[in-house]
Design a binder for this molecule. Structure first.
Ligand SMILES: [Zn+2]
Length: 195
């Protein structure tokens, strides 16, 4: 039994000590796509666009906060000191990035391009549409944009590869939605709003 547990622990990236503690339970939930105790539910895109959701109106810079990422992110090749997101998602973004660092480590983050940042707050429309993007509320983030451009689909989009599975599980455990995982386009993009 203990060996079976250790084998599962190894598979889900937890120290294989054969003891089912909170870290094992958390990692199991992530691996199975189950909600964790901290998984929040965010408003839908339509609710956000109404301007009446918890995120308020678009383009409201006083609702944004600058956070220092737990590992260095690069925007167009230059390290960024802070990233600006909506206040209400800041602790989740911070926690998710911390979990990414803990799971992958610096070398894997580099190799997978998880440190290539494509931006968050930006008052603009969605690609190919006249409706405002979730970026206009500071509740969307883009990563590794060149290899995961709007029209690049799986398996060409690098963030669709199996070694990025945990990356998405971590964001999803904070209630974020991936357009790549749900619609197979815009793999760079994740948002704290449902579809
Ligand atoms: Zn985006």
């Amino acid at each position: 039994m203990k060996n079976d547990i250790a084998r599962i622990q190894k598979h889900i990236g937890v120290t294989p000590d054969g003891i089912v503690g909170p870290r094992t339970v958390h990692a199991l939930k992530l691996a199975l796509g189950l909600p964790t105790a901290t998984t929040p539910t965010w408003p839908s895109q339509a609710e956000v666009r109404s301007g009446k959701s918890i995120f308020g109106p678009p383009g409201c810079e006083s609702e944004l906060t600058a956070l220092v990422p737990p590992y260095t992110l690069y925007f167009e090749g230059e390290p960024v000191r802070t990233i600006r997101v909506h206040k209400l998602i800041a602790t989740h973004v911070q926690a998710a990035l911390r979990e990414v660092l803990e799971h992958y480590g610096a070398a894997e983050i580099r190799r997978l391009g998880l440190d290539i940042y494509g931006g968050s707050y930006n008052y603009r429309s969605s690609t190919g549409s006249s409706t405002l993007s979730m970026h206009a509320w500071g509740i969307a983030l883009d990563f590794s944009p060149v290899a995961n451009s709007y029209g690049t689909r799986a398996p060409r989009a690098t963030l669709s590869h199996p070694d990025c599975e945990r990356w998405w599980q971590i964001w999803e455990s904070h209630g974020a939605t991936s357009l790549g995982r749900t619609r197979n386009y815009d793999w760079m993009h994740l948002q704290f709003a449902g579809l």
